[in-house]
Design a protein around this ligand. Structure first.
Ligand code: SF4
Length: 523
């Protein structure tokens, strides 16, 4: 048996690193190929940083290479090797050398911690840049930072220099998130509050999971009028709030819960599933022939649908498969983890800011005492019940903003209303973190204070690398007192964690009651 080392996600083995086997199902040779690809990209970026040229497609390649290495995206060693070869050919053309892949995560503990934090942040930002790009949006400063950041990984820096790079990266990632927000809202409109059914209607259907709204739109167009219904899954749920997507009557509702339950939930499904991004788990034999991947997502021998040179995807095999399987014979009412059958989404930045006056008044009169942003990724750990209990225990005069798939722990709970608003407001995917930041900034302006002075606390759950880049953005904005769990990232050394705790008052979560009491004591 070979060996590997990977500690980039929350489910890493023993909270140290996956060595002999991986929790996510990544094989040794895949992990190795991802490390080689990463080192090739670092070498290529190092050479590009020295030259003043328009790198266009080479940056696309680096973005896709980074996205490929995000947790639960690509398990296909042969496909990753093709990307590596392309990067290697460009790197060699520029005459650059590469570091030994064995050294990627080995060396001085604190320097490796800081370098890995930047690498994982870049992997997360690549996902957001990829989504913006498929909608035709690019940003020169973000592109330039992919080169700068990757090149920085190949050179030596002091601890202070690394910390400076991490804060600079956080700022650039905010620009990338803003770009994606612009891409999504220009293409599909500003999300509007929307009730989402969890009933699966009889007849053929397709389940679409992941984050890529453009893939969903193409599939909605290609299934229009064909008698096939589409259901979102996991991070695709917020698609229901976008006017240009919700206008399709066959976008019916949401299937299932968060990604970590897919092996159970997809097993008996009489329908195909399209994985547009993470989180893909190794498919069980019961549904492997019904699982389709696209873009950078891949698993050996799964059906894969690629884009043509114009970015168009032909989903005919998936559509034919849905018709052949036929769906359920009768309607099925499904429920969430807390037995709730009603979901709402679409409380994006604009929907909330449109009501900023009423919200500010509600705070001034005491109707709203505190805001919690309980968001981030879900995962399999038992300790993640913390987030369900936290939300359940919040006082009735508080509002819970949420985004990303961590909300599946609690978003079907009927938490009541405050004025015209549900107490739980779904702001969208992790991709919509920009909207949450804008709401916080707008509230601070309305109250004439800083974000840290607002009656607002961020209670975050992390799993993969997109959470890393969002955390770095929040820290670069100077946001303090963030609660983070379910565990502290294994790649943060004690010394680096201490710096973050001292500088930003970062809190590892404890118990819902203890944390709530501490937060509400401050007001
Ligand atoms: Fe382990 Fe996570 Fe890396 Fe998979 S992505 S090998 S679970 S650390």
């Amino acid at each position: 048996m070979g060996s590997m080392f990977c500690f980039q996600c929350e489910q890493t083995s023993k909270e140290v690193g996956c060595l002999r086997s991986s929790t996510c199902g990544k094989e040794h040779d895949t992990a190795r190929e991802q490390d080689v690809l990463t080192c090739e990209m670092i070498g290529l970026a190092g050479a590009m940083a020295d030259q003043n040229e328009d790198w266009g497609q080479t940056i696309d390649l680096i973005i896709d290479g980074l996205f490929t290495t995000v947790t639960n995206v690509n398990f296909d060693t042969a496909k990753i090797a093709l990307l590596t070869n392309e990067v290697r050919a460009r790197r060699k053309k520029l005459g650059a050398e590469i570091m030994d892949p064995d050294d990627l995560f080995h060396g001085d503990e604190n320097l490796i911690s800081l370098r890995s934090t930047l690498l994982f942040g870049l992997r997360g930002m690549a996902a957001y840049a990829h989504h913006a790009r498929v909608l035709g949006k690019r940003n020169a400063a973000v592109d330039a930072w992919f080169i700068k950041g990757m090149a920085a990984l190949g050179s030596e820096h002091t601890v202070d220099e690394w910390l400076g790079l991490l804060m600079e990266f956080g700022d650039v990632n905010l620009q990338c998130l803003a770009l994606l927000d612009e891409a999504n809202t220009q293409a599909y409109g500003n999300p509007v509050p929307t009730q989402v059914s969890m009933k699966i209607e009889k007849g053929p259907f397709i389940v679409v999971t992941g984050h890529d709204l453009h893939d969903l739109q193409m599939l909605l167009e290609q299934t229009d009028g064909k008698g096939i219904n589409l259901y979102t899954h996991c991070e695709m749920l917020p698609a229901h709030g976008y006017p240009e997507l919700k206008k399709y009557p066959h976008l019916k509702g949401n299937f299932g819960t968060a990604w970590q339950n897919q092996q159970k939930e997809f097993d008996e499904l009489p329908a195909p599933i399209l994985f547009t991004t993470n989180c893909l788990m190794p498919p069980k034999p019961g549904y492997a022939d019904r699982a389709y991947t696209t873009s950078v997502v891949a698993f050996p021998e799964l059906n894969h649908i690629d884009a043509d040179a114009d970015g168009h995807k032909d989903f005919t095999p998936l559509i034919d498969h849905a018709i052949e399987l036929g769906g359920f014979a009768e309607d099925r009412q499904l429920v969430g983890l807390n037995d709730g059958a009603n979901l709402t989404t679409g409380f994006g930045r604009q929907a909330i800011l449109d009501n900023a006056g009423a919200i500010v008044d509600a705070v001034k009169t005491g109707a709203i005492k505190h805001f919690f942003l309980v968001g981030g990724c879900d995962g399999a750990k038992l300790g993640r019940n913390y987030y369900t209990d936290f939300v359940r225990n919040t006082p009735k005069n508080t509002v819970i903003l949420t985004l990303a798939c961590g909300k599946y722990r609690f978003h079907d709970i009927d938490a009541g209303m405050i004025g015209p608003f549900p107490r739980i407001l779904d702001m969208g995917q992790c991709n919509d973190a920009y909207g949450a930041i804008q709401v916080a900034v707008a509230l601070a302006q309305a109250f004439g204070c800083g974000v840290n002075d607002l009656p607002l606390t961020l209670v975050l759950s992390w799993y993969e690398q997109k959470a890393v880049c969002i955390l770095l953005t929040l820290l670069s904005l100077g946001i303090k007192n963030i609660y983070i769990g379910p565990t502290i990232p294994a790649f943060l050394s004690d010394a680096v964690l201490n710096v973050l705790v001292e500088k930003f008052n970062l809190h590892p979560i404890s118990t819902p009651d203890k944390d709530l009491a501490q937060i509400l004591k401050k007001g």
